[in-house]
Design a binder for this molecule. Structure first.
Ligand code: G3I
Length: 301
């Protein structure tokens, strides 16, 4: 197959991109249309964007993206219902049960608004530290360990069809952080807390150690959840960058429950890491060496 999306589809997978509001730029839109079978909003579905003041919801950016995707038969990932960052100011000072109710209401309203349209939701994003401890966010400090399962149960009630994911970075192999997340997912599965997938952001560098990357995906898959590469980008250029992209793609292809890969942007020029040129298309929308490596890996299923 000649595009990322059609190549991934040969094995029942999607290949997606994070989208920021550049729809309307001809080359951006044509590249997105042609190559990608899934989209995720880079910012538009986050808490600060969707509920800027308490109970006042703004779905405009997300609605635009969902409409765009549905018209073209693309999947939509939802990102993200609860995160310590990009919370609106009014949430940051809440305490105790007020915060709990605000979190539940936010999840209920946002997941409810998009119910039936989202393939997978990042319900909770980045709740662990590198040493495997819980991040001491306002949610953790105010609500204790139970807030994550509370978020998942609330999301399931609001959108019973979406796959519900836990999403994090620095989980690109077997390490203290991925061990801690593994134990949480194992516990959730054992107790019937609704979790369906784990997202591995995979913000990488050309010298990232990927020696246990596939093995790590596989152990999560063996818990019965899907695994997804959710925010892939790789700083660097040329063969070294292409090689990391190839390894990540091959790892996903080797794990039956790895059902999709998303890169964190379409073109280097709009990347949050623009100076590191981490994506598959350069600023002129030309295919980079990494593009060829990914396409070949998707086609060799
Ligand atoms: O929308 C405002 C705009 O009104 C204002 O004029 C401008 C001035 O700074 O800022 C704009 O907001 C920025 C927003 O991106 C949209 O461009 C924020 O400052 C900026 O912080 C925000 O950065 C985003 C970042 O998350 C925030 O933490 C990046 O675009 C986005 O790529 C990044 O994505 C995260 C994932 O959600 C989670 N995993 C890590 C990943 C990379 O950090």
């Amino acid at each position: 197959a000649e595009t990322l999306g059609t190549a991934a589809a040969q094995s029942g997978r999607y290949f997606g991109a994070a989208v920021a509001p550049h729809l309307g730029e001809t080359d951006y839109e044509s590249t997105l249309n042609r190559e990608f079978s899934s989209v995720v909003a880079e910012n538009a579905m986050k808490w600060d964007a969707t509920e800027p003041s308490p109970g006042q919801f703004n779905f405009s950016g997300g609605d635009e993206l969902v409409a765009y995707a549905k018209q073209r038969g693309k999947f939509v990932r939802g990102h993200t219902l609860v995160w310590h960052a990009q919370q609106p100011g009014w949430v940051q000072g809440l305490t105790g049960d007020t915060l709990r109710q605000a979190m539940r209401n936010h999840i209920t309203k946002v997941a409810g608004h998009y119910a039936g349209k989202i393939d997978s939701w990042d319900v909770v994003n980045e709740a662990f530290e590198g040493d495997g401890s819980r991040r001491q966010s306002n949610l953790q400090k105010q609500l204790g360990n139970g807030w994550i399962e509370d978020a998942f149960r609330t999301a399931r009630a609001a959108d019973p069809k979406a796959k519900l994911c836990y999403n994090d970075y620095g989980t690109d192999g077997i390490n203290a952080k991925s061990d801690a997340i593994y134990r949480m997912v194992q516990d959730f599965r054992a107790r019937g807390v609704p979790i369906d997938c784990v997202g591995f952001q995979s913000h990488l560098a050309s010298n990232s150690d990927l020696s246990t990357y596939r093995q790590n995906l596989q152990r999560f898959a063996d818990l019965g959840v899907h695994v997804q590469i959710t925010e892939l980008d790789v700083g660097g250029s040329g063969a070294a960058q292409a090689n990391v992209y190839r390894q990540v793609t091959q790892a996903c292809m080797a794990v039956a429950r790895c059902n999709g890969i998303t890169v964190w942007g379409v073109t280097d020029k709009y990347s949050w890491r623009a100076q590191e040129t981490p994506l598959l298309f350069n600023g002129n929308y030309q295919k980079k060496e990494a593009y060829g490596a990914v396409l070949a890996a998707l086609n060799s299923a």
